[in-house]
Design a protein around this ligand. Structure first.
Ligand code: IMP
Ligand code: MG
Length: 192
């Protein structure tokens, strides 16, 4: 039976595709190797910032054969906007003990830096043995709080991107690629 190539057709709500499913997969594999080099074979605890980092975390974890523990933190989101407003808030915090543990914090995208700074502060208060950060995407030019992640998948320009976990108003997280949201859909009155 013929199989449909999921990247051969672009989603109509995308202005352009930034990274295909295959490009993401390849980079996630490479990141896993970089992470493995740093941690050796030792155990570490992954903390994933949800919902955005779900796909990235799930795929990255499966490329790593170290013993890992997993927990998630939920941070208040942009809502229906494409630009960060106000201060992010912790909606749901950690449930496992991370004292004296090596922690790898994972997020989908580093933008103003506010979210990862907030979560890093929370983690550091709990006395981990170490804290490193990993983001799939880094909008380098948008930083309001200085922050450099230890592991970065792709550096990207200041475009609002969706897919592979990234949403606009909770939609498009299930796209297998990462693309630029069509400007005609940004902040339409019916979604506000
Ligand atoms: P920051 O706190 O401004 O660094 O923003 C980080 C969070 O904003 C990420 O966890 C994403 O949820 C969200 N975000 C930032 N840029 C984008 C984007 O281009 N598309 C979708 N979500 C984004
Ligand atoms: Mg997010």
């Amino acid at each position: 039976m013929p199989t449909k190539n999921r990247n051969s057709e672009q989603h109509p709500d995308l202005e352009s595709v930034m990274f295909t499913e295959a490009q993401i997969k390849k980079r996630v594999r490479e990141l896993a190797r970089e992470i493995r080099k740093v941690y050796g074979g030792g155990e570490f605890t992954i903390i994933s910032i949800i919902n955005g980092a779900v796909m990235f975390t799930a795929d990255l974890m499966r490329e790593i054969d170290n013993p890992v523990r997993l927990d998630c933190v939920r941070i208040s989101s942009y809502g229906n906007r494409t630009t960060s407003v106000g201060t992010p808030q912790i909606v749901s915090s950690l449930t496992i003990d991370i004292a004296r543990r090596h922690v790898l914090l994972i997020d989908d995208i580093l933008d103003t830096g506010k979210t990862i700074t907030l979560v890093s502060g929370l983690i550091m208060k709990l006395g981990p043995a170490s804290l490193r950060t990993c983001v799939l995407l880094d909008k380098v030019g948008r930083r309001q709080v200085p922050f450099d992640a230890d592991f970065v998948g792709f550096k990207i320009p200041d475009k609002f991107v969706i897919g592979y976990g990234l949403d606009f108003a909770e939609r498009y997280r299930n796209l297998p690629c990462i693309g630029v949201l069509s400007p005609r859909l940004q902040n339409p009155p019916e979604w506000a």
